[in-house]
Ligand binder design. Structure first.
Ligand SMILES: [Zn+2]
Ligand SMILES: [Zn+2]
Length: 150
């Protein structure tokens, strides 16, 4: 696999392997904030075909009409999300929590999304591109883009 990483939930019941990571960033949306208890989360994305569970079965719920989130029912660790119905008009991808990789700093954020929803007291001093909502340009079209794993 190209740039393959291993990861798993906090308790170790669920393990996965992912490769071809093409984007990563902060999400400031109200759903991520509420589910994590943090002012922002970090996500990373890979093609759905490049994300493979190697152990265990995560639980799932839909946090919005089209988005399914998977987590460990033993330790509660948030694992990944994907469209509940695979999109036909764009690449089907998995968005996962990069801090559950065995090398938790292997992937760095390259963008902010849902910046319009950012907590007013939360300061970000980086110069990463900021998108007001969740629809963003392809990473290769952004200025000074580097692969999140470089
Ligand atoms: Zn677990
Ligand atoms: Zn979010």
């Amino acid at each position: 696999m190209n740039n393959a990483f291993q990861g798993g939930c906090y308790c170790g019941d669920i393990r996965f392997e992912v490769s071809d990571i093409f984007d990563a960033g902060y999400c400031h949306c109200s759903i991520c904030r509420r589910l994590s208890g943090a002012p922002a989360i970090v996500w990373a994305s890979a093609p759905a075909r490049s994300f493979r569970l190697t152990q265990g079965s995560p639980s799932m719920f839909r946090s919005s009409e089209n988005w399914a989130r998977y987590f460990c029912s033993t330790c509660g660790c948030g694992l990944f999300g994907r469209y509940s119905v695979a999109p036909t008009d764009r690449q089907d991808f998995v968005s996962f929590n990069p801090y559950i990789l065995d090398n938790s700093e292997a992937v760095r954020p390259t963008v902010h999304i849902w910046y319009e929803s950012k907590a007013s007291y939360f300061d970000t001093i980086d110069d990463l591109p900021r998108f007001p909502e969740g629809v963003i340009s392809h990473p290769s079209k952004r200025r000074s883009w580097r692969a999140p794993w470089e």
